[in-house]
Design a protein around this ligand. Structure first.
Ligand SMILES: [Zn+2]
Ligand SMILES: [Zn+2]
Length: 327
């Protein structure tokens, strides 16, 4: 008789495979559009993975930013990483690209059989080439060990796709495939340049990803009537309190950082006003600063100040939050 642990292990593996297959089938169904907030944190320490949003549109798996913890979270959520089509970066703060090397490597190991395009404004080549250099030995060992049929060397590394965009005007289309388009528009996060937000369209549905930004006329225009706005948000008073606590504790450098960062993110109040003016149908919060989890704090710092201006649907993102835009 087989040992009990063997039976249990086999059952566990079968269950996990079944969940993965169902998740992939649901998300990759043609005609549907679903956003998954993979990582909803930013640079402030927390249990949340850093910036990363997955978008499944008409059978295509697109990823927007890949901060620290993104690859692990994608796997924990059973998202079909081997079928990743393309990655889009908003800007080059590390909390938006730190896990890019793992995303490229693991998607290849899990079956990706095309060169993964990494879209971004000028500077994306530097990021992608840097990861390629860092992972060169890793790729070669995998191919040497498992053979080129399982680990084809031609698909290991990614391909940087740099684009230009209009600094103060319309969105620029950077990707189009099977009825899905992605356009980039200028975001304001000084001194970070270049920096963009993204507009994703499929079958008349519009999803806006703000990126890290102050409220801008461009973001308002892009968001008008959007089905979903996924936005960066900062609770200014709470960050001010963290600054004060650090001043009291003589942590001068941290206190200064807490003062500086308040000038390049959108406040909850401003985001509520923008969402109301734009009449977005659903507002999802990501990149929460500070990255609190307790319901009391989430409601007090984010939900209530936004709801004071905006009466539409508010989704406070947690890692793994799924929002179905078209089914
Ligand atoms: Zn950020
Ligand atoms: Zn940033």
């Amino acid at each position: 008789m087989k040992a009990l642990w063997r039976i249990l292990t086999a059952r566990m593996i079968r269950r996990r495979q079944a969940v993965r297959a169902t998740t992939a089938k649901t998300l990759l169904r043609t005609g549907t559009t679903t956003a998954v907030l993979v990582g909803t944190g930013g640079p402030m320490p927390s249990q949340r993975a850093q910036s990363c949003t997955a978008l499944f549109a008409n059978g295509q798996f697109l990823l927007f930013d890949a901060g620290d913890g993104a690859a692990r979270r994608i796997e924990a959520l059973d998202l079909p990483l081997g079928q990743l089509r393309a990655v889009f970066l908003t800007h080059y703060h590390a909390d938006h690209f730190a896990d890019l090397g793992e995303i490229i490597d693991r998607s290849w190991i899990l079956g990706r059989r095309h060169r993964l395009p990494i879209y971004g404004p000028e500077g994306v080549e530097q990021i992608v080439n840097g990861f390629r250099a860092a992972y060169e030995r890793e790729y070669s060992y995998r191919t040497a060990h498992h053979g080129p049929a399982v680990m084809p060397p031609e698909w290991s590394a990614a391909q940087a796709v740099a684009f230009d965009y209009d600094k103060d005007g319309e969105a620029t289309q950077v990707y189009a495939a099977d009825g899905v388009t992605v356009s980039a528009f200028a975001a304001q996060h000084p001194p970070v340049e270049p920096n963009v937000g993204y507009r994703i369209e499929h079958a008349g549905k519009v999803i806006i990803l703000s990126g890290d930004t102050l409220p801008t006329a461009g973001l308002l225009e892009q968001s008008r009537g959007a089905d979903l706005l996924i936005a960066d948000v900062m609770a200014m008073d709470a960050v001010r309190q963290i600054q004060a606590a650090n001043e009291a504790g003589r942590n001068d450098a941290t206190a200064q950082i807490m003062r500086d960062i308040r000038d390049y993110h959108i406040s909850a109040e401003a985001l509520g006003t923008l969402a109301a003016l734009a009449q977005v149908k659903c507002l999802a919060l990501t990149h929460l600063a500070p990255p609190v989890d307790q319901t009391l704090l989430v409601n007090g710092l984010f939900k209530r100040p936004i709801a004071a201006h905006y009466s539409g649907k508010i989704v406070v993102g947690r890692d793994g939050t799924r929002i179905v835009v078209a089914r």
